[in-house]
Write a protein that binds this ligand. Structure first.
Ligand SMILES: [Fe+2]
Length: 292
């Protein structure tokens, strides 16, 4: 929605089990589904003194960007350490997953049974100055879309908590509404080829056959990141998420860039399109409308 003037709203809750009225929950769902950010400046995730040692990049196995649990699996990924260390890291991440689940149940109850947990991660690498290819450069504005993991229209809902022990904020830029961006770039998305999509799947490059929606989302992600003029001049606002704060966002819709920050917990959830309250505001419907 191009008249979306206030993408970030602050909520007062300081507990993952906050009691929230049904009307307020509906207004939060409406805000999220229209490309807004729910910001909970008082909601922190407690890291026990014995766990503070895990707030270091040294536990990374050097291959993955984050240490994480995948969905309901309990096997820790992306980490190195002794059996006991890995177990303790796993428990820390699992506790965050439970808290995030609790938060969704209390804040966005209608999603509770439908938001499927995907990865839960501990991110200890400083975001500023990471050397990477332009396509993977998350300091450029983008809406999330992943080459190997087609969503088929399932939404990517993310809960983040800044757990930086030194009081450092996570610094983002939030861009213009999704539809405004899509209007500028959609004509540059190449024609979709089902044959090519099947080939990518056969070759193991994608985990399922990439459909038209994921094809468009991926190209938009790349077109936006590659356009340095857009990156510099498109409408955007700098947003700081202080240490010990939490925020929630549909990251496939909100244009975002990560400028700086270290030590964060993150829960990804997938919401099927049939459970959206405002499907007409979703990226899929937005693209369909623009194409017709
Ligand atoms: Fe992202």
């Amino acid at each position: 929605m191009s008249d979306f003037k206030n993408p970030i709203i602050a909520l007062p809750y300081d507990s993952f089990m906050a009691k929230v009225s049904v009307d307020d929950q509906e207004s939060y769902i409406k805000h999220l589904e229209h490309g807004g950010v729910l910001f909970l400046p008082n909601l922190t995730f407690k890291i026990a003194p014995s766990e503070e040692r895990f707030l270091s990049p040294k536990w990374s196995d050097g291959r993955a960007k984050n240490i994480y649990l995948r969905g309901n699996e309990r096997k820790i990924r992306g980490a190195k350490g002794s059996e006991a260390d890995l177990q303790a890291m796993s428990e820390l991440i699992e506790r965050y997953a439970l808290n995030a689940k609790q938060l969704i149940s209390n804040l966005l109850f209608d999603y509770a049974d439908h938001a499927k947990p995907a990865n839960t991660s501990l991110r200890c690498i400083e975001a500023a100055g990471r050397i990477t290819s332009w396509r993977k450069d998350d300091s450029r504005l983008h809406a999330d879309a992943f080459p190997s993991r087609p969503t088929h229209g399932e939404r990517i809902l993310r809960v983040f908590t800044n757990v930086n022990p030194y009081g450092k904020p996570r610094v983002w830029k939030v861009g213009e509404p999704f539809a405004d961006m899509a209007r500028k770039f959609l004509s540059e998305v190449p024609h979709y080829s089902k044959m090519q999509a099947k080939l990518l799947h056969m070759l193991g490059i994608t985990k399922s056959v990439r459909g038209e929606y994921d094809h468009a989302m991926l190209h938009l992600h790349d077109l936006v990141k590659a356009d340095l003029d857009y990156q510099q001049h498109a409408p955007q606002m700098r947003s700081e998420f202080p240490a010990n704060s939490t925020w929630i966002v549909y990251s496939d819709q909100v244009l975002h860039a990560v400028l700086a920050g270290q030590h964060m917990m993150e829960q990804t959830l997938h919401v099927a399109p049939e459970y959206l309250h405002y499907p007409e505001a979703s990226p899929k419907k937005t693209l369909e409308t623009l194409l017709n």
